[in-house]
Ligand binder design. Structure first.
Ligand code: ZN
Length: 282
């Protein structure tokens, strides 16, 4: 068969191709489901570590600043002490009371300065201790998160390793199928699939109902679906509907099927259908 323009495909062919695309995408979804929350957990941990790193840097900067302040105050104390010594020496040869009073006042002032500096140093040292404890806590926390991240990453890598090859093959098939589908139909299919909880954009009619939302389909509409003359969507959920026969699905007779396992029944059928798809593709 020569390569056709997607728009040349009959509705029947389009629906068939779309259904093949659906089963392929569902297989990829299943593989991804195996990874579960792991990719998200890895991302969360990476974000948390980044946040902790920033916090640790901030605490370290605070400590540095308090320590600089302590050094500065120590310098001021040295200066004040030197002044006191100098004034005390001058006291020995004062000439009058006024000079004595002035020097005494200076000594008192410098002593108060020293006291104040000591108080500030004490406060800053206290802050440094506080910050150091905070730093230690956050360092322990980041270490813990790094270990958790390593574990999660290893776990994820292992799963990825197992499924990667298969997933790559499926992705290639998706690409092959996608080019066969008319872009407009593909776009709306993708949109439906994205909004559907189970990732199904096209479903087959099952016991007179939509295989996606299980709402009943009126008989006339069912007939239209069987005709494969136009693309028909479920009026409740918007999913594209396909005749099971066209989808290549064998449906269990209603008498053997209970109401409850409906959802499971679909998954099973999709799985069962998988080997049939590569055949159609080849
Ligand atoms: Zn529906």
């Amino acid at each position: 068969m020569a390569k056709k323009d997607p728009t040349d495909l009959t509705v029947e062919e389009r629906l068939k191709t779309l259904y093949q695309l659906q089963t392929t995408l569902s297989s990829i979804d299943e593989k991804r489901a195996l990874r579960g929350e792991l990719p998200l957990e890895v991302e969360d941990l990476e974000d948390e570590i980044e946040g902790l790193t920033t916090r640790i840097e901030k605490i370290q900067a605070d400590i540095d600043e308090y320590q600089r302040a302590v050094a500065q105050k120590k310098g001021e104390i040295e200066n004040a002490k030197a002044s006191v010594e100098r004034y005390k020496a001058q006291l020995n040869d004062v000439k009058n009371n006024r000079e004595y009073d002035t020097l005494s006042k200076e000594i008192e002032f410098q002593s108060l300065e020293i006291e104040l500096c000591n108080k500030k140093i004490k406060e800053a040292n206290f802050k440094v201790e506080e910050k150091k404890a905070e730093l230690e806590q956050n360092q322990a926390l980041i270490e813990d998160r790094r270990q958790a991240l390593d574990l999660k990453k290893a776990e994820l890598d292992e799963i990825m390793e197992e499924t990667r090859a298969e997933e790559e093959k499926l992705k290639v098939k998706v690409k092959e199928l996608e080019v066969k589908i008319e872009p407009r139909l593909l776009t709306s299919f993708k949109r439906i699939r994205k909004n559907a909880r189970n990732g199904l954009g096209i479903v087959y009619v099952q016991r007179d109902a939509c295989g996606g939302c299980f709402n009943k389909i009126p008989p006339q509409r069912q007939l239209d679906i069987k005709m494969h003359k136009k693309v028909i969507v479920c009026e409740y959920c918007g999913r594209i509907l396909i005749d099971p026969e066209l989808a290549g699905v064998k449906i269990a007779t209603p008498s053997t099927e209970e109401k409850k396992p409906r959802k499971r029944a679909i998954r099973k059928t999709v799985k069962k259908d998988e080997p049939a798809v590569p055949e159609a593709e080849a």
